[in-house]
Write a protein that binds this ligand. Structure first.
Ligand SMILES: Cc1cc2nc3c(=O)[nH]c(=O)nc-3n(C[C@H](O)[C@H](O)[C@H](O)COP(=O)(O)OP(=O)(O)OC[C@H]3O[C@@H](n4cnc5c(N)ncnc54)[C@H](O)[C@@H]3O)c2cc1C
Length: 433
């Protein structure tokens, strides 16, 4: 039996951000992670300014993030001949005090891992160790049940357990045994990366198509000075009839591009060749767009959920990874206020579970891509001047409605004090188990 103050189940972005935060505020922790070896898995994700602010407060420098991605400059929807439907600046250019970063998920994940190991030592992350459940202890605290890669089983006790074990969370399954199965609305995403010439600002997110069939792409590296090519992250997406549920094995698997490129055979214009972009990748990840119905609480006594374990959501708002980082920081702030105690978990849960659960449900809609549907309905997606299709006023009103609902509040974020004040530590209350 091993003992540590906080046990973290899962060493993804949420679990590692939690461990880095606890290390910063002086709370000993240990992370149990299923995989035997940390590898840079996945493709592109966006880190919104609210998450970049937290990374800076954790001691990451812009140069660190520049090694795994680049600051995003623009978010744009375009018609099928490349003409503008709507565009807006992102990050610093939009008026935030912090940039938005488009990063390679795997490289960013390794950056978090390397920083944690540098600060807390390699032993802080126990690889090849899956948390299968937990037992609340009569005298306080919690025991995590662990299955190791070699089949051995062990237990670890602590004051608190943080379930950061992703959408298939074992901790959540025990906390909410009656939760419905994973929710799939019928959309399938194929994601990959291809070296190519970035268009528009050189750091633009570009979306085209409709809500039911679309392509999104954006660069996740600075252009190579020799070739001018950046690593382009692309997501090709179709929505199909989901009456029979997801029939493939697994929710996240590598597939050859020949499995799906035919959906986009005709998507070739003089400004963009979608089949060529897809074929330029070594392979792709097939990923049905899934989430989970919200639960009324993320806490069970000394156990709490963060990240996808708490609120797996559709990537419509590009905020799943960012919210996992913000969760970690809010949990740390609650511990600064209440100690590494159940009261801290209750404060965290009261603050975030309600509003973020609403966000999960809101992300099930078409989100900002609803504007593409309007254009498609009016003209089939091809036009010379968008003003002839949908007036500037209508476009602005649509996006304003979406942004108000999604809570993209620049002034509020800029004016907010740090989530965890510099130098804050958990004072005296760190319990010894
Ligand atoms: C391999 C991988 C690739 C991804 N690629 C992309 C991508 O390309 N684009 C994108 O937008 N999102 C991707 N995601 C999802 C994205 O990273 C998350 O939505 C977001 O970052 C929230 O992170 P999280 O830490 O809460 O969950 P996750 O990133 O899912 O991390 C959970 C971690 O917990 C581990 N784990 C799971 N169960 C247990 C258990 N019972 N005990 C111990 N450890 C456990 C997993 O191995 C994983 O490391 C990927 C996730 C993974 C795991």
């Amino acid at each position: 039996m091993t003992e540590s103050v906080v046990i973290i189940a899962g060493g993804g972005i949420g679990g590692l951000a939690t461990a880095l935060t606890l290390e910063q505020i002086g709370v000993p922790c240990v992370v149990y992670e299923t995989v035997r070896e940390m590898r840079p898995l996945g493709v592109g994700i966006n880190l919104q300014p609210n998450a970049v602010r937290e990374l800076y407060d954790l001691g990451f420098a812009p140069a660190d993030l520049d090694r795994v991605g680049l600051p995003a400059k623009e978010w744009a929807l375009v018609g099928l001949n490349g003409n503008d439907i709507y565009s807006e600046p992102r990050g610093i250019l939009a008026g935030y005090n912090w940039p938005q970063y488009a990063v390679h998920r795997g490289r960013f994940h390794m950056l978090l891992y390397d920083k944690l190991v540098e600060r807390a030592g390699r032993d802080v992350v126990r690889l090849g160790s899956r948390v299968t459940g937990y037992r609340k202890n009569a005298g306080g605290g919690v025991t995590a049940l662990i299955e190791h890669a070699d089949g051995a089983r062990s237990e670890a006790s602590g004051a608190l357990l943080v379930g950061a074990d992703g959408i298939h969370s074992a901790v959540r399954a025990q906390m909410h045994p009656d939760q419905p199965p994973i929710h799939w609305g019928g959309a399938i995403m194929w994601r990959g990366t291809t070296w190519g010439k970035p268009i528009r600002t050189g750091a633009s997110f570009v979306g085209l198509g409709t809500h039911r069939q679309r392509v999104v792409f954006y660069p996740i590296s600075q252009p190579d000075p020799q070739t001018g090519l950046s690593m382009l992250n692309w997501i090709a997406e179709v929505t199909i009839d989901n009456a029979e549920g997801w029939k493939q094995s697994g929710w996240f698997r590598q597939v050859p591009v020949s499995d799906f490129v035919h959906h986009f055979d005709n998507w070739v214009w003089d400004w963009l060749d979608v089949p060529a972009m897809i074929r330029g990748a070594d392979g792709a990840f097939e990923n049905p767009m899934i989430d989970r119905d919200p639960v009324p609480t993320w806490r069970d006594g000394p156990v709490v959920l963060v990240g996808d374990a708490a609120h797996a959501m559709y990537p419509t708002g590009s905020n799943g990874g960012s919210q996992a980082i913000v969760d970690a920081r809010e949990l740390g702030a609650a511990m600064v206020a209440h100690g590494a105690t159940e009261a801290a978990l209750a404060a965290f849960d009261n603050r975030l579970c309600g509003p973020i659960s609403q966000l999960v449900l809101r992300n099930r809609g078409a989100g900002p891509f609803g504007l593409l549907n309007m254009v498609d309905a009016h003209c089939g997606g091809t036009f010379d001047n968008i003003d002839d299709v949908i007036s500037a006023g209508e476009r602005a009103a649509f996006m304003a409605g979406y942004k108000a609902a999604a809570g993209f509040a620049i002034e509020t974020l800029n004016a907010a004090p740090p989530t965890i004040p510099p130098g804050a530590r958990v004072r005296g209350e760190v319990p010894v188990v």
